[in-house]
Write a protein that binds this ligand. Structure first.
Ligand code: GLN
Length: 241
């Protein structure tokens, strides 16, 4: 069995090392002996998301988001069907914003999103920047996620489930204590870091969901995450004081 990964707009949505999320997902599959194929999809490239097992969309500046909005809108039906069919998706920051209804820039321009999530984003007075700790629940287990945020947009998620509760930092908007969003197997976050290398438990959860969707419900073999776990704990301790 081969796990098929799609990296959407890697040349444009490439802020803050977000490519590291693809590398972490792929490597943690390969370390367990799974074959993985990565397909990079850029502006105008054809793709059928139904053929994929994991989709990654990274962060980007307002300029890049504007550049890809029209191209992304042509993919909405295909992506929506795949999401309803439990495609595992990770969307970070700008990529997250574009899955919602719109992102209103500081200049007041509304960049249309796909409307696949009942969320919207509006530019705030100041950028939200800094380290973040988030309490999330993955497969029923409370897990602390760490990373850093750098976004001007404030996202409001209405009735959409958050990825987690902000323990330190701003998260979606610095107001309601939520960070990220979840819908079906779509996971969204403002956390760069990159997120997955800093949080192996989340990476493994996404891998597990992707494998379950392909009919494999076995346990993932344990990997030696000693250093990642110590670094995670140290960051949480420093942020919580
Ligand atoms: N341009 C968006 C914002 O500033 C997203 C930034 C990002 O992806 N880091 O909110």
């Amino acid at each position: 069995m081969k796990i098929k990964v799609c990296h959407l707009y890697p040349d444009l949505l490439n802020l803050y090392g977000d490519r590291g999320n693809v590398l972490a997902f792929v490597q943690r599959c390969r370390w367990r002996g799974w074959r993985v194929e990565v397909t990079e999809i850029n502006l105008g490239d054809p793709v059928n998301f139904a053929d994929m097992d994991f989709l990654f969309i990274g962060g980007g500046s307002d300029r890049e988001q504007n550049l890809i909005a029209a191209d992304m809108s042509k993919r909405v039906e295909n992506l929506n069907q795949a999401i309803e069919n439990k495609l595992v998706v990770l969307a970070i920051c700008g990529g997250y914003q574009l899955l919602g209804k719109y992102y209103r820039t500081p200049e007041g321009k509304e960049i249309p999103g796909l409307g696949l999530l009942d969320i919207y984003t509006v530019a705030g007075a100041a950028r939200l920047i800094g380290n973040v700790a988030v309490e999330a629940e993955l497969a029923g287990k409370k897990t602390m996620l760490v990373g850093f945020e750098n976004h001007g947009g404030k996202t409001f998620i209405n009735q959409t489930m958050p990825l987690g509760k902000v323990v330190s930092g701003n998260g979606n908007n610095g107001i309601d204590g939520t960070e990220g969003a979840r819908h079906n197997n779509v996971f969204c976050s403002y956390l760069h870091g990159p997120l997955l290398p800093k949080n192996p438990a989340l990476t493994d959860y996404l891998i597990t969901l992707a494998l379950e969707r392909k009919g494999y419900d076995g346990e993932l073999t344990e990997l030696d995450d000693y250093f990642e776990e110590r670094a995670n704990e140290a960051m949480v301790k420093r942020l919580l004081g």
